[in-house]
Design a protein around this ligand. Structure first.
Ligand code: HEC
Length: 134
């Protein structure tokens, strides 16, 4: 009986997570990556009004940093390729930037774990999210 309940619970949670993945667009998933402290954590340095007001997104609510410029309206300032480049390696946009590179380990010596902060798939989702900030 307990075994059967566990199987049903597991099935339900798999079904629920599959359902979430299907209903959220790349841009919505990208916004979640931007708010998540273990992923993009962009809100540590950037104001993003849609995230500040978001409900139910891990890490979204509350204080946002202002070390970097607000990302509101950023899609009006850059092309899709430029937005992606900012996230991939901001040093290609401004050699003196203090924004960390999210898609490469180039220039790092002690990265731990030794992998870029975001995968290419995650960077594509974040780029899709930035493209909605008009
Ligand atoms: C440690 C702070 C920091 C973090 C974390 C950070 N950025 Fe930045 N970002 C900056 C700074 C500072 C700038 C300003 C450009 C410069 O000084 O070179 C910037 C600039 C930008 C720009 C260009 C904005 C404009 O209007 O010119 C974009 C787009 C951007 N960041 C996106 C992101 C995204 C997306 C993330 C998360 C994946 C992120 N940033 C994480 C500090 C940060």
């Amino acid at each position: 009986m307990i075994f059967r309940a566990t199987v049903i619970a597991l099935g339900l949670s798999l079904w629920a997570s599959a359902g979430t993945a299907q209903t959220l667009s790349d841009a919505e998933l990208g916004l979640r990556i931007m708010a998540n402290r273990q992923q993009g954590n962009c809100v540590t340095c950037h104001q993003v009004t849609v995230l500040r007001d978001a409900q139910g997104i891990d890490g979204a609510a509350g204080k946002q940093g202002d070390f970097g410029p607000s990302l509101d309206g950023v899609a009006n300032r850059y092309s899709l390729a430029q937005l992606r480049q900012w996230v991939m390696d901001a040093r290609k946009m401004n050699p003196n930037t203090l924004m960390p590179p999210f898609g490469t380990l180039e220039g790092t010596t002690h990265a731990s774990p030794p992998r870029p902060m975001l995968s290419l798939e995650e960077i594509n989702k974040v780029t899709a999210a930035l493209a909605t900030l008009r």
